[in-house]
Structure formats: structure tokens, C-alpha cells
Design a protein. Structure first.
Length: 238
């Protein structure tokens, strides 16, 4: 949009995305995992609007339920740091923290005991092997002369951020990852994660609907997604 969207316009967008996502078989409580990594790219301040939109629903009518919700939102934003950088996820969470009621705040610390080391590397490797399978060999080969990138990929991007399934599971993590990459109009990695989300069990039909949800948000933000593959384009690789 040429000007900053209003709260009402963003809420209307949420309704459209929610309705589109309801056509999938992925359940009604995951659509916002697409909205988070896409919306924060152009209007991170409206993360607070998303939070308010969600907690006004009957399924989040108690503090305990709202605490569970913010854990999932926080984890999605943490994963976004690994694929989009730190500033916009932080801006989003700061906005939410300003409107949270004290009784709804969650003080748990999911990665309190995390350390760089063999276990972290193995978690990263296991998750990479899940979504990349045999393709991981060629990816590692591409970075053979850039070992710092390989270290970050295994130990940090995947070992720290994306392989922790204590709050968001494999499908949810791939929803965040795919959405966060596609909204940046990165064709190659979008293809890799269209393939990856298929490999964790999401049907081809549901992946197409997920992409349509991302495109709804991109269009709203005047973000052009050019030369981005579709699930049919990568299906032969799955």
C-alpha cells in the first residue's frame, strides 16, 4: 500500500487470509503463522494488531490460552530472525509487549539451556536432512569454500532456531520458514521450502493454498513476487 494501512484494513486482510487458510486441512489455529513472517516485512507495527485480533477470539478467552498463544507468536518471531534479520521481529514483539496484560505475559524461556556444540549440530543436521534429504549434499558443496556459512547453517539457523520443536512442530516451522522466504521474493530458496513443506507431510493442494495466502498479504503490501515457483513446479523433486 502507498500509505500505512489502518488497523481496520489489516484486520480485513486477516479475515481474508483466515478464510483462505480454512480451505486447507491444516486446522484453524495455524493461519497466523503465515501472517507473522509476511506482515512484519512491511508493517511490523501491526503485529500488535494481529495479537489483538487473535485474543479477541473465543478460543483465547483465558489468560492460560493467551500465554500459550504468545509462546507460539514469540517462537515464530524468533524463527523469523534466522531468515529475515533481527530488527523487524523485535519491533513486532515490542509492539505486542506494550499492549499485553500482565496476567497474559509468559515468562518461560525455551532455550535457557542451549549451548553451541555437538548436540546442536546434530539437531540442525537432522532437521536439514528432513527437509532437504539428498539435496543437502549439493547445498553443502555450494558452500565448501565458505565454511563460516556452513557453520551458521548447521549450528545457528537450523541448530538453534529452526530445529527446536518444543513450541512449534515441523509443519508449523515450515509454514513460518516458507512464508518468511517467499515474501522476500527469493525464488530458489522458496522452491527449496515448497519442497521441504511437502516433505514434512503437507499435501500439494494445501501448499498451493498456503502460497495463495502469502500472495494475498504480498498484494496488500504492494510486494511483487516475481518468478516464484509453485508447488507443481517442484513436485517432481519431492
Amino acid at each position: 500500500m502507498s500509505t500505512k494501512p489502518t488497523k481496520e484494513q489489516v484486520e480485513a486482510l486477516f479475515g481474508k487470509v483466515e478464510e483462505k487458510f480454512s480451505q486447507t486441512t491444516l486446522g484453524k489455529d495455524r493461519w497466523y503463522l503465515i501472517a507473522i513472517p509476511t506482515l512484519i516485512v512491511f508493517v511490523p507495527e501491526h503485529g500488535a494488531t494481529l495479537y489483538t485480533y487473535l485474543i479477541n477470539k473465543p478460543e483465547y478467552s483465558t489468560s492460560e490460552l493467551r500465554q500459550a498463544l504468545i509462546r507460539r507468536i514469540r517462537e515464530a518471531l524468533l524463527e523469523c530472525i534466522s531468515i529475515q534479520g533481527v530488527c523487524k521481529p523485535l519491533e513486532t514483539l515490542l509492539g505486542i509487549s506494550q499492549i499485553e496484560r500482565e496476567e497474559d505475559k509468559d515468562y518461560s524461556f525455551s532455550r535457557e539451556r542451549w549451548n553451541v556444540g555437538p548436540e546442536t549440530y546434530q539437531r540442525g543436521k537432522d532437521w536439514l536432512n528432513t527437509i532437504y534429504k539428498h539435496n543437502q549434499i549439493s547445498t553443502d558443496d555450494a558452500f565448501a569454500a565458505h565454511k563460516d556459512i556452513t557453520f551458521v547453517n548447521y549450528q545457528i539457523t537450523y541448530g538453534f532456531y529452526l530445529s527446536d520443536m518444543t513450541i512449534l512442530g515441523p509443519i508449523e516451522t515450515e509454514l513460518v520458514t516458507l512464508s518468511g522466504i517467499m515474501i522476500q521474493n527469493i525464488a530458489r530458496l522458496t522452491g527449496w521450502h515448497l519442497r521441504g513443506i511437502r516433505r514434512v507431510g503437507v499435501s500439494k493442494e494445501d501448499v498451493e493454498l498456503v502460497q495463495q495466502c502469502i500472495e494475498l498479504i504480498a498484494k496488500f503490501g504492494n510486494i511483487k513476487l516475481e518468478n516464484i515457483p509453485r508447488v507443481d513446479d517442484i513436485e517432481h523433486e519431492v
